[in-house]
Design a protein around this ligand. Structure first.
Ligand code: DC
Length: 264
């Protein structure tokens, strides 16, 4: 088990759609014995609920009021992955549909929704070690995270991974359509005004295009377990020096903006 500081350590994993953040995050958390949170699940849950009850996802005020009116709960699976429940319902079976994926961009661009979900996300990491993945975890939700990983991969590879995932879950999938939808979502995540997808200045960038997700997870685990100069594992709060596996693909301007966009 990793050493715990006052509140444990936070490992933030950010990156574009379909890059394997969830699989990697789950593997890292399992190996470290701490909970794993997929923050995208919260945006998806709200999107699904809005669609289900006929709320226009572009109606920012109604979606925000829906978000705050729901009862949000997070329960761990046996493996430590936190699952989102809204109004007592486990949303897992509903939120992977491509229609929910497409509509989630509008919900994720809603400033009130982001503020609200960010509070929930911070709450989950307030008292124990946690691995959380998303788009703005290292730049906004936990700008003081102990480890910040920015995962990237070529869009063709990301689309193939999502395609295989959907097929394996028995959901309808078309590779070309997934690729186009992914590019559209990337653009929307990168361009949105509030907390866009961007890599933190001190993030460790890993390109997973030619790596298996197990290899990526092992790299991260090694990094966390790497002994410090006194021979012990790093303690919470002792940040690793940023290591760039390869230059990030996100524009420089974006990276700097992300670094400045510290906790508000
Ligand atoms: O990672 P995902 O595809 O499940 O995310 C669903 C949506 O939520 C997607 O539009 C990106 C958005 N998202 C976000 O804006 N910020 C996060 N921290 C996590 C997800």
């Amino acid at each position: 088990m990793i050493p715990r500081g006052r509140r444990g350590i936070v490992i933030a994993i950010d990156g574009p759609a379909g890059v394997g953040k969830s699989t990697v995050g789950h593997l890292v958390a399992k190996s470290l014995g701490c909970p794993f949170v997929n923050s995208g699940e919260m945006y998806r849950a709200l999107t699904w609920k809005a669609m289900q009850i006929g709320v226009d996802v572009n109606d920012a005020a109604r979606v925000a009021s829906l978000a705050t009116g729901l009862r949000w709960e997070f329960h761990p699976t046996a493996e430590g992955t936190m699952r989102t429940f809204i109004d007592g319902e486990n949303v897992a079976a509903h939120i992977r549909d491509e229609r929910v994926s497409a509509a989630s961009s509008a919900v994720a661009a809603n400033p009130e929704v982001r503020r609200f979900l960010c509070r929930l996300q911070r709450g989950l990491g307030a008292s124990s070690s946690i691995v959380m993945e998303g788009r703005d975890i290292g730049t906004h939700v936990f700008p003081d995270a102990d480890y910040k990983i920015y995962l990237d991969a070529e869009v063709g590879e990301r689309a193939k991974r999502r395609y295989r995932q959907l097929k394996a879950s028995g959901l309808p999938a078309g590779l070309q359509r997934i690729r186009e939808a992914m590019l559209k979502r990337d653009l929307s995540d990168l361009k949105r005004r509030i907390n866009p997808l961007c890599q933190a200045d001190d993030a460790i960038v890993i390109d997973s295009t030619h790596l298996t997700l197990h290899e990526v997870a092992s790299k991260i685990i090694r990094l966390i377990r790497r002994p410090s100069s006194n021979g012990r594992s790093r303690r919470a709060g002792a940040r690793p020096r940023p290591e760039v596996e390869r230059p990030g693909r996100v524009q420089e301007g974006r990276r700097r903006a992300g670094a400045r966009r510290a906790r508000r």
